[in-house]
Design a protein around this ligand. Structure first.
Ligand SMILES: [Zn+2]
Ligand SMILES: [Zn+2]
Length: 368
């Protein structure tokens, strides 16, 4: 099976996060046909391994592709569109998995490299806490000296043939914010008898807003105060998201939120509940690895694009916190549409580009 057929097969049968049973079975079956050793990982993922003919087999490169789809009704109208009602590969993970499959196929056909190549077909990228966390909890690389963990994502802002890189901090950490302020409600005209949770929440949100900067986002998108024109409610709740570009700053902003909550409690004589639900850590690319990959890409005729930091998140961040890692973006062109929409359809010409680059990159790190 070639890379394009592999991609179309996955595209036709998308599965949501941690429900990738058919996907994992299909990947296993295809790896079996190639004689590539593999085992399950992180519930519905697959971990494959190819040993090189030379060198220290303890030294390894890990290639990672995510495999889950999204709850979207596909409207691309292609012949190989989703056959699963309400589920669609709308983020391009079918392409990531196909590229990885293509790379494995080539490395298996000629394992004339040093060390070991590990490949993770990772489930559950689209949901918290993310499949990457479960992969690492199983410690699949503990017997290895990991030279690099490599991942990619399709990107419609880059044209086919372009590959985008960002050395160092690249994508944000993400945490969900859930707040509740409990005061004493009552008649809106009788201010001396109430402890105003609405005003306290408004002040709290304004204070949080001052944390916003190039390195940090604190956005509140939902506020609920179920009072009336003349009723102040007992309780007001709010929800939002917090993003940062370093784990140090992430910890600091959490402390700052707790401090502001305390001040609000004191100032308004109310009770502030702070519930911060952990999401993905930051994606921090290894600087040296990134520059080496950029030089390699350039020398092999790929168009290299410099990327800005992105305030979106990706569970690849878990790997970057532990191992030297690189996450780059593979151009699929504007005509592919926007990801996470019913019309998103990455240009298949990008599969060859992705496969060639990932193959070259893996070899260059393994044989270093
Ligand atoms: Zn996505
Ligand atoms: Zn994605």
């Amino acid at each position: 099976m070639d890379t394009k057929q592999f991609r179309r097969e996955l595209h036709r049968h998308p599965e949501l996060s941690f429900e990738e049973h058919r996907t994992a079975a299909f990947i296993s079956e295809q790896l079996d046909l190639l004689g590539i050793e593999h085992c399950p990982i992180a519930k519905t993922g697959v971990l494959a391994r190819i040993e090189g003919r030379r060198g220290n087999l303890k030294r390894c490169v890990v290639l990672r592709a995510d495999i889950d789809a999204l709850p979207i009704v596909e409207k691309t109208g292609v012949e190989w569109a989703s056959e699963v009602e309400g589920v669609m590969h709308g983020c391009g993970h079918d392409c990531h998995a196909a590229v990885l499959f293509g790379v494995l196929k080539r490395l298996k056909a000629n394992p004339d490299f040093e060390g070991t190549l590990l490949a993770v077909f990772q489930p559950g990228e689209e949901c918290n806490p993310g499949g990457a966390k479960y992969v690492l909890e199983e410690e699949p690389f503990k017997d290895y000296d990991v030279a690099a963990v490599i991942g990619e994502h399709v990107d419609a802002d880059l044209e086919v043939g372009e590959i985008g890189f960002c050395p160092g901090k690249f994508m944000a950490s993400t945490d969900e914010l859930h707040f509740a302020i409990k005061g004493v409600g009552g008649h809106a005209a009788m201010r001396s008898r109430i402890k105003d949770a609405v005003v306290a929440m408004a002040d709290f949100i304004m204070r949080l807003n001052t944390f916003n900067s190039d390195d940090c986002v604190v956005s509140i998108g939902r506020v609920i105060a179920e009072g009336a024109t003349n009723v102040i409610p007992d309780k007001v709740t709010s929800q939002g998201t917090m993003r940062t570009f370093s784990e140090k700053l992430r910890a600091r902003v959490k402390d700052m939120i707790a401090n502001v909550a305390e001040e609000i409690e004191y100032k308004y004589d109310v009770e502030v509940e702070v519930d911060i639900r952990h999401g993905y850590p930051c994606v921090e690319n290894n600087v040296q690895l990134t520059y080496e990959a950029m030089l390699l890409a350039e020398s092999r005729g790929f168009k290299v694009r410099d990327l800005e930091m992105r305030p979106t998140a990706e569970d690849f961040g878990y790997y970057t916190q532990v191992y030297p890692s690189l996450f780059y973006r593979l151009g699929v062109g504007q005509a592919s549409g926007r990801s996470h929409t019913a019309m998103f359809l990455p240009d298949e010409k990008a599969l060859d580009v992705g496969e060639e680059f990932m193959y070259q990159l893996a070899l260059s790190i393994l044989n270093k």
